[in-house]
Design a protein. Structure first.
Length: 356
């Protein structure tokens, strides 16, 4: 059935109401029908090869194969996989009594396993290519010293960066750069943003972007002033190396350990780097990502930086999962949760009130 659907993918897309004109890479860029998508770009559908009919929305993370495409676009929307099966049978004009043999099933299983392995290999290669491209872009950017990014952190967020023994090398400034995505071929332009390296092990696997006003006098007026690109899971923005000044790998080789403080955002974690130079300090980028980091060998203890604006039950449950994640890795080492006074939202708000 999948082969039959893929052989008629353009006809299928027309019947589902999807514009079927592919670009030069064989990709179709429709709007996401299940959210308020204003313009194409983040969602793609493949129209050839083993992935024909497969789709992915890089903004929401949703994805699926050609059957998922039917379930995502067909109206009324099929509720269960069996409903997709009956829909596809009817669309293909096949009789419901069509019987498959054990040999057909075995051949399908073997084909799916080959496709899974090929897709896994392709995904790893694309992830490695994107990581190299992102690292090269970040490496070519200037440090934030003397840029609007530094003015934003110092003047707007009230952070005395001059008190840091080691300036945060992970933070750089992009006045205007272009990035070509190795997977989709899409070229996008970034303007006026603080670009922060997200490092996993010894590799920069993703970048965190904070879009600012051209003069650094606040965040840019856009729907999302902060975004991440690449692979952020398991990666962190390393703001302070602690008193040794060494990377985690170098510190491990020399047998040097010390406390590691982990927060959600750059602005809310930098106050700890300033106030506690004896700590190594990382920002995860989001609350959920705090729970995907691994305990590095250079950490003798972990200090979790808790914000006070996580008021909802869902946010509290998410932090509880983060706490449990680190306790499970502790093996007798301390895991401590610290928070600013209850009258402020986070450590940066506390600094701005004059606590530093």
């Amino acid at each position: 059935m999948k082969d039959a659907l893929q052989a008629r993918v353009f006809e299928l897309m027309r019947d589902l109401g999807i514009p079927e004109k592919p670009d030069r890479n064989g990709l179709v860029h429709p709007l996401n029908p299940n959210r308020a998508d204003k313009k194409p770009g983040s969602l793609i559908i493949w129209t050839d090869g083993d992935r024909c009919g497969g789709w992915k929305d890089y903004s929401s993370g949703d994805s699926g194969d050609i059957f998922g495409m039917i379930q995502f676009w067909a109206r009324p929307r099929p509720a269960e996989k069996i409903d997709v099966y009956w829909w596809a049978l009817e669309w293909l004009g096949w009789d419901r009594g069509r019987v498959r043999s054990l040999a057909d099933d075995q051949a399908d299983r073997e084909r799916r396993e080959r496709e899974r392995r090929a897709e896994e290999s392709r995904s790893k290669a694309l992830e490695a290519a994107r990581s190299r491209a992102l690292f090269a872009l970040w490496l070519g950017l200037p440090p934030i010293t003397g840029t609007p990014a530094e003015r934003y952190l110092v003047n707007v967020r009230g952070l005395p960066l001059d008190r840091l023994k080691h300036q945060p090398g992970a933070l750089r400034w992009a006045e205007r750069v272009e990035f070509a995505d190795p997977e989709t071929g899409e070229v996008v332009e970034w303007r006026h943003c603080m670009v922060s390296a997200m490092t996993h092990g010894q590799k920069v696997t993703g970048l965190h972007r904070t879009f600012l006003k051209p003069d650094g006098n606040g965040k840019a007026e856009r729907r999302k002033a902060k975004t991440m690109i690449g692979s952020a899971a398991g990666a962190a923005i390393r703001l302070s190396p602690g008193p040794s000044g060494l990377s985690p790998t170098q510190a491990e080789k020399k047998g040097i350990t010390g406390p590691l403080a982990i927060g959600e955002g750059i602005e809310t974690s930098l106050p700890i780097a300033i106030a506690r130079p004896d700590y190594r300090v990382w920002a995860a980028g989001s609350l959920s990502l705090m729970g995907l980091l691994e305990w590095p060998a250079c950490a003798s203890a972990v200090v979790l930086l808790r914000d006070n604006d996580w008021h909802s039950e869902a946010a509290q449950a998410a932090f509880d999962r983060v706490h449990a994640h680190w306790q499970a890795q502790a093996k007798g080492r301390p895991v401590v949760v610290v928070a600013p006074p209850p009258e402020v939202d986070d450590f940066n708000s506390w600094v701005m009130r004059g606590a530093a």
